[in-house]
Ligand binder design. Structure first.
Ligand code: BGC
Length: 500
């Protein structure tokens, strides 16, 4: 049979070998029916691997709840349940001008936040993308970069006009630092980095007080800032969301990483009993629950692709829950499935696939784009594969990719619901219901992510799951950090500062 210039097929060579071909210009009609069927068969296999039943979700929630409780009992657990020294809710009447520096998983942001009271605020900010090199260089250098950017920002924004920083010579502005990696804290302006997450690996930082390191950099660059508080993005999200919506009881991030914070009664935190904090006080807990099921891998449904993601990461074994959910990893999970099908000779026969074979080449944003492609021909998906990876796709393949993205995205959202459900069930929020302030690129940009979380909550709790409603949070790392700095200043002025 002469090899047609269009279509897929296979020829048997005189040597007896079978040569499969798959040209770049075929339309759907040219596809042999078997190819469509093959894609459908593969899809069924992935469906069973990536689908979470309600029953499995309930088992995960039970184990998750036990893990949260255990973390409050003693120090040093894998899910550390960190008391943040943020005591109680904001009044909503916090006011003043604050600097906020936010070292996230992807960007560095410096902000000037003006709290106007009555839940209102204004914010001016600059954003810098962090390079992969910056995530691996010496820790002090990274903090120097943060201080330098803050200095430039202040220099650009000092002035008399509204929205500008009014700073008298020699005066300093209070600063809240959002550092979104697990840190154990003895007080609010201190934090010892337990471990880097989200692919960071800067040496000479784990085990060190990052607040002290950042203060050193602020001095080096002579930045007129008074370091008040160190918080994580989830605690900021919890506080900022409550500042504008007092029904909020949980703050979550579903972005490059994943995590949650909530307000706990001091009396229910056995591991800080010895501190003598008033038993009726409440303190925000940064769960750091991205670490759920780390090392032991007993509870979460990990596929072989998840195992490869874990084993090839810079922190094997760690952040097990986060690695199934967060934006840093979803694209890589999808890429590994695609590569498996390339290796099996199912996809892209006869095409150069080296671009797809590079680790982390497949951005999680591609999954969002695929799921939201509005065209019948799936033109967006054509664009992604031709533009970024120089491979041609058939409609059947594109439909498969879209379905695969949906499986991976849906599993992430349903697992995200399990973490929220564990806190809800531990705190007994189900009957009266609560709002959950959520932020992060997945939550904000991935189509249907919030709906899938809500569906998941109903699968876990039945109809009452509808009492738990997530909503797009206020900016935790900017506004939240400023509100926390304001609350801390106020406590200091009243002599309530906890310094262990
Ligand atoms: C970090 C948390 C953070 C979360 C979301 C995780 O990797 O450990 O501190 O809240 O990412 O940014």
């Amino acid at each position: 049979m002469p090899a047609s210039r269009r279509g897929s097929g296979a020829v048997t060579l005189p040597t007896g070998q079978t040569l499969a071909f798959h040209t770049r210009t075929q339309d759907e009609e040219d596809l042999p029916h078997a190819t469509k069927k093959t894609m459908a068969d593969h899809l069924r296999k992935y469906e069973s691997l990536f689908t979470l039943t309600p029953q499995r979700m309930r088992m995960i929630v039970d184990a998750f709840k036990d893990t949260l409780e255990a973390g409050l009992e003693k120090h040093g657990n894998t899910v550390p349940m960190i008391p943040t020294y943020v005591f109680g809710w904001p009044t909503g009447n916090e006011t003043g001008e604050y600097l906020a520096v936010d070292l996230g998983g992807t960007n560095l942001r410096v902000c000037l936040v003006t709290l106007q009271g009555a839940g209102k605020f204004e914010i001016t900010q600059s954003k810098y993308r962090l390079t992969e090199e910056q995530k691996q260089e010496d820790g002090q250098k990274l903090f120097d970069f943060c201080a330098e950017c803050l200095k430039t920002f202040i220099d650009q924004h000092v002035g008399e006009e509204p929205g500008m920083i009014n700073l008298k010579p020699g005066a300093k502005l209070p600063l809240g630092f959002t550092f979104s990696y697990p840190c154990s804290q003895d007080r609010i302006d201190h934090g010892e980095l337990i471990r880097w997450t989200k692919g960071f690996g800067n040496p000479n930082t784990e085990g060190h007080d990052v607040a002290e390191m950042f203060r050193k950099s602020l001095q080096k660059y002579d930045v007129p800032a008074d370091f008040i508080s160190l918080t994580c993005d989830t605690t900021g999200t919890l506080i900022a969301s409550h500042y504008v919506n007092p029904k909020t009881k949980i703050g979550c991030i579903f972005g490059t990483g994943c995590n949650a914070a909530y307000m706990e009664k001091v009396v229910d935190i056995p591991k800080i009993k010895h501190l003598g904090i008033a038993q009726d006080a409440e303190v925000a807990i940064n769960c750091e629950y991205g670490a759920f099921d780390s090392f032991e891998h007993e509870h979460l449904p990990r596929t072989k692709y998840d195992q490869v993601v874990d084993e090839t990461s810079n922190k094997p074994g760690e952040q097990a829950y986060e690695k199934l959910i967060s934006g840093r990893y979803l694209g890589e999970i999808m890429r590994l499935v695609i590569c498996e099908l390339i290796d099996e000779g199912v996809l892209f026969l006869g095409q150069e696939t080296y671009k797809l074979e590079k680790a982390y080449a497949f951005d999680t944003a591609f999954l969002s784009l695929m799921e939201s492609d509005p065209t019948d021909e799936l033109l967006m998906i054509i664009g992604i594969f031709t533009h970024f990876f120089a491979v041609e796709t058939t409609l059947a393949e594109r439909q498969f990719f879209r379905a695969l993205a949906k499986l991976i995205g849906r599993r992430a959202a349903r697992l995200s619901a399990c973490g929220i459900a564990a806190i809800v069930s531990k705190m007994g929020y189900l009957e009266e219901g609560c709002s959950v302030g959520a932020d992060g690129s997945l939550y904000n940009k991935y189509p249907g992510f919030a709906d899938r979380i809500h569906e998941g909550l109903v699968d876990v709790f039945g109809d009452k799951g509808r009492n738990i409603v997530t909503y797009h949070a206020e900016d935790g790392s900017g506004v939240g950090s400023a509100v926390i700095a304001a609350m801390t200043k106020d406590r200091k002025e009243k002599g309530l500062y906890v310094n262990v």
